[in-house]
Design a protein around this ligand. Sequence first.
Ligand SMILES: [Zn+2]
Ligand SMILES: [Zn+2]
Length: 389
Amino acid sequence: MSAVKELIAAAVERLGDDLESLSRRIHDNPELGYQEVKAAGWLTEFLETRGFKVERGVGGVETAFRAAIETGEGPTIAILCEYDALPAIGHACGHNVIATAGAGAGAALAAVRDRLPKGRIHVIGTPAEEGGAGKVRLIRGGVFKDVDAAMMIHGWDKWIAHQDLLGIVRVTFEFTGKAAHAAADPFEGINALDAVIQTFNNISMLRQQVRPDARIHGIVTSGGAAPNIIPEFAAALFYVRAKSLDYMWQLQKRVIACAEGAAQASGCTLKVIEHDSAYEPMKRNETLLDVFRANMQRVGAPESPEVKDRLGSSDVGNVSQVIPTIQPLVKIAPEGTPIHSCAFEAAAVSPLAREGMLAAAKVMAMTTLDLLSDPRLVERAQQDFRNPR
Ligand SMILES: [Zn+2]
Ligand SMILES: [Zn+2]
């Protein structure tokens, strides 16, 4: 087995320059969620020329893809790629590195195809992580139905095998009141902006009574047309995040009650729009993490302790709730660089990012090899999934 791992490492090294230029091309052409036409095109072309059978537009999502290699009856292991950028700040989440680490892992496995144990490898292109819930659509579209275990990496300022993710649900409040001249006839008006402001105040009070890892944050998306008109319409969008799904839904009810109270107080009518794309918390899988960690050691990647108080959210959480899944963090930026910052955007094409991307490609390919070689590991991962330790 370790001879094949050496071949995998050598294959990744050989592909290093190609992967780095692909990463830079995606980085320098940032595309928003569901518009990642170029990135999906380049990645599928890369995988196709290395022997993968590629299906585009899987799960009914145009910029999604599945690239598959099959060596016989055995487990199906998925390696996930993301490649969407952020509005205004481009690849400040480093998804170009996620994409090329995944494609690189796939290509390295394809390079040792003749020595692979029986099974299937799927490199899956998952669009629109940044708010678009692309993986939720792929889950509904059946893309993960036959997958036994999945992995992806995310760029960070350290290597961390497991990091919790908060569940997140989005809710919009639209208040309708009555317009009137703000100076001549204010007593004729019903102020929808007041209802929005009162909602924020109610939520500020609620915040003291919530668990420390919960997060509630919102913006005003519509706040009136002119100061001399009592706003007839106003709206706000809130994100509600929590570590457990139960608590997230419970908290969302309390946030909705804050808006209902504000509607009552202001005399407005309220329309609550519950967005159908909750991101779920990350379900931890110790078996997959152990295999990944052993391969991290093999390539010399030093593991830092889990960070408990700086948590985000991702739709990979939803994948982890339907099949055994891991999303280790990989060092691609100097320590202390926050993600979604201009500094992280610059780091995502630095020599450090190349180093992290190639190491991650090796570790994912080796982890896939281990799972294909010993289907009992896959069974154990599924036991973990059913009964988390
Ligand atoms: Zn992000
Ligand atoms: Zn991200």
